[in-house]
Design a protein around this ligand. Structure first.
Ligand code: PEP
Length: 253
């Protein structure tokens, strides 16, 4: 059985008190309405990691993640945060290769391999993002585009390493736009991703990797999207900043 996961990506949102309030609300809702068999992951900005960790301590099924990590171990890299630091703050997951980082910070497939290495060697589960821009979708070459991202970043890893990954398929045209991929479009791509992983690592490995959908996922569309065979949950941006919406999405399986 693959893990079902709902991960919230806060992006660069929430002042101190806002982040604490959001986390406390989510924690209280999950205590009152336990969500079985779903891993709920909060990925706040780095400065919130310590505070969020304290607030989620002891609550079943809630985990801490970060939104990025350095490709380097440690040293003179001003402004960077290493994977080892994230682990020491209690993070268990890290988002790698979000399309905003690829686009705004020029993160290449090669750099993302290095970040994934750092994550894996520091016991963090990478939530590795892939996804195509609108013009690629319109040209009909989205499957080739996304599988190339995965090949270039991930296919140097061993079977043991790849098994530890979570993949997030996030069509860029659906992120923060209110325009969701249809459940059929999501399923088609998730299935293509799984087949691609299978072609390199075999069916057993591919079948155990959770593949999340991301892109304007909301309480009113999550159930339909999560009902698809190869969709194992969601990476949630905007709706993860609203406690009720986020928890409702996590209850949508
Ligand atoms: C994201 O940025 O990962 C995301 C899916 O954002 P949104 O849910 O706001 O589209």
């Amino acid at each position: 059985m693959r893990k079902k996961i709902v991960a919230g990506n806060w992006k660069m949102n929430c002042l101190l008190e806002e982040g604490q309030k959001l986390t406390s609300e989510i924690v209280n809702m999950i205590k009152d309405e336990p969500i079985k068999d779903v891993q709920v992951i909060l990925n706040p900005p780095f400065v919130h990691l310590h505070g969020v960790k304290k607030l989620i301590a002891g609550v079943d099924n809630i985990y801490l993640g970060a939104q990025n990590c350095s490709d380097q171990n440690s040293g003179a890299y001003t402004g960077e945060t290493s994977a080892a630091m994230l682990t020491s703050f209690g993070a268990e997951f890290v988002i790698i290769g979000h399309s905003e980082r690829r686009a705004m910070f020029n993160e290449s497939n090669e750099l993302l391999t290095e970040k994934t290495k750092q994550a894996l060697s520091n016991n963090l589960t990478p939530i590795f993002c892939c996804g195509e821009p609108l013009e690629i979708r319109e040209a009909g070459t989205h499957e080739a585009y996304v599988t190339k991202q995965l090949t270039e970043s991930l296919f140097g890893f061993s079977e043991e390493e790849v098994k530890k990954l979570v993949i997030a398929y996030e069509p860029i045209w659906a992120i923060g736009t209110g325009k969701t991929a249809s459940s059929d479009q999501a399923q088609e791509m998730h299935s293509a991703i799984r087949q691609h992983l299978s072609s390199k690592y075999g069916k057993t490995v591919a079948e155990r990797i959770s593949i999340l959908y991301g892109g304007s996922c909301k309480p009113d569309n999550a159930k339909e999207i999560f009902s698809k065979a190869d969709v194992d949950g969601g990476l949630i941006g905007g709706a993860s900043l609203k406690s009720r919406d986020f928890v409702d999405i996590a209850k949508s399986f």
